[in-house]
Design a protein around this ligand. Sequence first.
Ligand code: FAD
Length: 480
Amino acid sequence: MSVALLWFRRDLRLHDNPALLAALAAHRQLVLVYIHDPDAEAPWQAGGASRWWLHHSLAALDKSLAQRGARLILRQGDSQSVLQALIKECGATHIYWNRLYEPACIQRDSAIKIALQAQGILVSSHNSALLFEPWQVVKPDSTPYRVFTPFWKTCQRLGLERQLQAAPGQIPSLDGPDSLPLEALQLQPRLAWADGFAHSWTPGEDGALQAMELFMDTALSHYAEGRDRPAQPGTARLSPHLHFGEISPARLVQAVMQTPLPSGHLADAETWLRELGWREFAHYLLYHFPETATQPFDPRFTDFRWEHDPQGLQAWQRGQTGFPIIDAGMRELWHTGWMHNRVRMIVASLLSKNLLIPWQAGAAWFWDTLLDADLAANTLGWQWTAGCGADAAPWFRIFNPVLQGQKFDPQGTYVRRWVPELAALPNKHLHQPWRLSAAELATYGLKLGEDYPSPIVDLSASRQRALARFDAIKQGTKSI
Ligand SMILES: Cc1cc2nc3c(=O)[nH]c(=O)nc-3n(C[C@H](O)[C@H](O)[C@H](O)COP(=O)(O)OP(=O)(O)OC[C@H]3O[C@@H](n4cnc5c(N)ncnc54)[C@H](O)[C@@H]3O)c2cc1C
């Protein structure tokens, strides 16, 4: 019954935390540490919004640990050196952690494991982030799946439910080692930009459990329809909590199974579980095809002719494209650190197809501004929309932002919330204000090009240009 280190990473919770519970079962005292080591995840160091979340999530974890008589030790620097120093300081014989699956993390953790084992330290790693280990789910010929539906069917056949573990009561932790103050990690953005995030979110395990309960009680029963309405709270808003491991997918599966649904609504639960399946598939793909964080999954896109269009990119980033649903989404992202999934697809399609700006540029902006920025899910979302991903939207599917707006925001509630300069327009014209004459616009107090931009691209011509370019790679001729 010796001292053990518990290395927290993206598993910032006490319930259903296998590494923590295994360490507690075998050791007299624990040293609980979080190490801020941004260089280890290069080039995918957490972006600005993500760091804001991490700051508050660590504060919440520290508070929960204190309620159990334990303390969180914060350190900064190269993970291996910090762990070695800490092991020496406290005489630990074992280290426990929950696995991460991004390529840079696997590389770092493997090296640390080898080095510590060579020093006689016992390393114990666990799965807290996924329903299945990525190597567990394979095709009959033992190769990885590239298509979602058969992947998910195999997961379902293997069984989604797990035995969950409750949060421990008291956690005996060693008093000795010093901790940095949270502020020393400098995670909070210097800009006032992030001030609004706190109005929309409660980072930490309690916030995650509350979000889960709210969703199960209010939105799960009509998720299949509600999930496509960006104006309504029809989705769970759990993605940042899941990214930081404040809640496990296994806990969410259990919650779905235990939520009584009115008859005829089982499909809603299945649809939502399928979304957890897409999360699982995203991690699975990145594990098996690590190069896809930057390279197209479909090799035909390797030499695709993208446009260099810094002005277009900037207009898109700022929510000044002249397409109301796009601008609403990009402003929602900037102000709240999150964007509705339907709108993510529409904005990604405009960038990668109508503007032909490389999907990687959009992914990089999302990486910095999303609270749920996640290498696996972001890569999958962008490659899917751009048409070059595994099981992607076909290259010829180009979302029309006007039709999408009319269909999924028919009352214009979402657009009016985020693009208030258009608020006076009637629903009929809200998603395409450029169709009105200058005189008509004036009756609503609006001058296009001054109060709100004219569209930065012609939807029809840009669609034809994209189709021709996609057609060229299909035919194997690149120059169009
Ligand atoms: C271009 C683009 C980029 C994206 N980038 C990210 C990202 O960086 N991080 C991220 O977590 N999600 C990303 N997504 C997926 C999706 O938009 C978010 O997971 C979802 O909007 C989160 O909201 P929610 O928790 O209310 O989801 P719900 O609809 O309630 O779904 C429940 C959970 O399922 C998972 N999920 C849902 N849809 C997807 C999906 N398409 N792919 C993978 N997992 C999914 C999420 O973990 C989510 O929390 C991206 C999608 C697109 C189109």
